[in-house]
Write a protein that binds this ligand. Structure first.
Ligand SMILES: Cc1cc2nc3c(=O)[nH]c(=O)nc-3n(C[C@H](O)[C@H](O)[C@H](O)COP(=O)(O)O)c2cc1C
Length: 437
């Protein structure tokens, strides 16, 4: 007699079938909105690789500025190598409490890096190996038309470059438990944000897609849907020159903490302006990811919570009796970091606004958006000479209590900003930027 497979738990994530938001609500209530129990000793699963496929080394160190990709096969590889290195490669060596580590241009919750990057081009399908700075050639077939067809809103012109950002579903679960799934969505957003920034600056008019036939891109990539899924697709034209400036290479988390000193509001405002810029995404947001600033030591800005108005560029006071420290659970590392930081930027969103149109997938789409904004904050802070650190260990209820003007909003991600302590944690940068650093 055949026995039925066991029913998935009611808060399973990703939900096995679309429920119009009910499954995402259950997951969020049980795992996504509560502080994760973090096991710092647990590692992440090994990065993906495909044994037995041809491996194509990319020029190292990448050449900056890279030649435009359309100048022949050598230029194409140099350009793709430069793009992938700055998207998800090893760009520096970090000295940390745990020893020597490989530093990347993008942050990742707990440094677990669940994301993988695949590139579909006219020459075939490749998977990027960050630590080797090499490509695994998975197929010679040009999959771009098939991938584009799987998108809900394909670009008007057939894209020349298609980047696929996946998540290994178990990559961070040992450390974070089921909360890891939400972190994966935020991490996907961080990678998507970096891809958009790089491709925009290379004149490739990128668009990020979060809406597509769920398993179709993964099927074209040959992924096991129980292990790894495509979470975002970035389509673009052929990139022109890729040339990182020094701040892009300098982005990192303020690991050694912040000096408890004031920063000028003139340094903060460009960070907010950059973070609030419209995101080239394949769907309009039913409600924006509004930004709130909880200021403690910002010259020219009253202490307390302010809402950033992107139309006027002004900070509108919301509540006076709150500090960055009070956003974190007492006694944890976030409380100390919050005490030292000059301010916290809260990236907020409205889950309920998107379930009617997008169903359960909206949960991932909204967190993806927050990740894009988080990455923009990190890059813009580096540009403004500020130390920054993204945090998912905020006490969501405490943070949401200060968003009084908008009770429908919830905190998706926080970024602490300030002056990084001393000269920061030691790091050796592997690449040279264009122009003076
Ligand atoms: C979505 C997200 C959430 C994060 N949450 C925290 C956090 O709660 N506490 C913390 O110390 N760092 C947090 N980080 C920062 C990571 O630990 C850091 O990015 C990672 O260790 C890599 O270091 P780097 O940013 O210096 O390259 C977070 C990063 C991301 C992308």
């Amino acid at each position: 007699m055949r026995t039925a497979p066991p029913a998935p738990p009611p808060d399973a994530y990703p939900p096995p079938a679309e429920t119009g938001g009910a499954a995402a609500r259950r997951y969020h209530a049980r795992h996504g909105s509560v502080l994760p129990a973090i096991d710092p000793a647990a590692g992440s699963t090994a990065p993906k690789h495909h044994p037995g496929v041809p491996v194509l080394p990319l020029p190292f160190p990448p050449v900056f500025p890279s030649p435009p990709a359309d100048r022949g096969p050598a230029a194409f590889l140099e350009s793709l190598g430069a793009l992938l290195a700055l998207l998800n490669g090893v760009t520096r060596v970090d000295w940390t409490d745990a020893g020597v580590g490989a530093g990347r241009p993008v942050p990742s919750g707990g440094g677990t890096y669940p994301g993988e990057v695949y590139a579909a081009t006219a020459s075939g399908l490749c998977h990027y190996l960050p630590s080797a700075h090499a490509l695994e050639l998975l197929s010679h077939a040009d999959l771009r038309a098939g991938l584009t067809r799987s998108l809900d809103r394909p670009p008007l012109e057939q894209p020349e470059t298609v980047l696929l950002i996946t998540s290994r579903l178990d990559a961070n679960l040992a450390r974070y438990g089921p909360f890891g799934h939400r972190l994966q969505a935020l991490d996907t957003g961080v990678l998507t944000g970096q891809a958009l920034t790089l491709l925009e600056s290379a004149g490739a008019a990128p668009m990020a897609h979060a809406r597509f036939a769920d398993d179709e891109p993964g099927r074209l990539l040959g992924l096991d849907p129980g292990a790894e899924r495509v979470h975002a697709v970035v389509t673009a034209r052929t990139p022109g020159m890729i040339a990182p400036d020094a701040p892009l290479l300098r982005r990192r988390s303020a690991r050694s903490g912040f000096e408890p000193v004031a920063v000028p509001s003139a340094a903060l405002l460009p960070v907010l302006e950059e973070a609030a810029r419209p995101i080239p995404l394949d769907h309009p947001a039913p409600a924006d990811c509004d930004l709130y600033v909880v200021a403690h030591r910002v010259t020219g800005l009253e202490a307390g919570c302010h809402r950033y108005d992107p139309r006027t560029g002004r900070l509108v006071p919301v509540a006076g009796d709150v500090t960055p420290r009070s956003l974190f659970p007492p006694g944890g590392p976030g409380e100390l970091a919050g005490f030292e930081a000059a301010c916290a930027v809260l990236v907020t969103g409205d889950y309920e606004s998107g379930y009617p149109e997008h169903g359960d997938r909206w949960y991932r789409m909204l967190n993806l958006r927050a990740g894009v904004v988080g990455q923009r904050i990190g890059l813009a802070a580096a540009r403004a000479g500020l130390g920054a650190g993204l945090r998912c260990d905020v006490d969501t209820a405490a943070a949401d209590a200060v968003l009084r003007a908008h009770p429908d909003r919830t905190t998706l991600l926080a970024a602490l900003l300030g002056q990084e302590r001393g000269s920061g944690a030691p790091a050796c940068h592997l690449f040279r930027p264009k122009g003076p650093s």
